[in-house]
Design a protein around this ligand. Sequence first.
Ligand SMILES: [Mg+2]
Length: 241
Amino acid sequence: MDLDDTLIPDRSAAWAAVEATLHSLGVARASERVQSVFDIARSCWRAGPYFESLKGLGISSWEALWADLTLASVPEAGGWGLRYRLEVWGDVLRTAGAVAEADREDAARQFVRHRQELVRCLPGAAEFVERMARDHEVWLMTNGASRLQRLKLSLSGLDQYVARVFVSSEVGHAKPHPRFFEAVSDALLDDQAVCLVVGDSLDGDVRPALDRGWPAVHLPCTRVSLIGDVVPPCSHRADAS
Ligand SMILES: [Mg+2]
């Protein structure tokens, strides 16, 4: 199973958390400024010293706004990640007309709080995973920072059903890199086989599974709009960096 935007909302939750943060900071026309926060984050992310390494590990600019980037393979990323958050929110507030040093720290903290509060399962996801776990081992295959993905799993309550977790930053390669899927294959015991892969990404989840002869189901991201009462629809087009 994939995690982000398959079992729990990711992009739409990030969008909603940014909007809530801007609102709570008293930024005027908060809903109109959300895309600019993603744009600033992407720009700072790409200019950062670890962009290529972190991209290869499947970590995105908006996730890094609340991720603990403590990573064995990029030891300096943890400290840099905290500075990155402040840089992004500093730029956001400067653009909005506020420049106080304390503001950006408050903004960075508030975003983390809002984002954590928005970790929840998509409708039917917990029931599906619970049912699957009765007769099967549920393995999670997810891109992102190790601590963040495991935090999401725990906050969503899905961890109780998941027997094994593959996080790209731990594997060393992100989906759809073949080495990620090799790590999953290598972990299968002789009497185990993959009976179903479920994911929202055709390139990251479905095609690599089918290439290995694993049955797969595609859950397109548009279904995130079904949780309009939980978080707003996935209306932006933030890319995977
Ligand atoms: Mg996904």
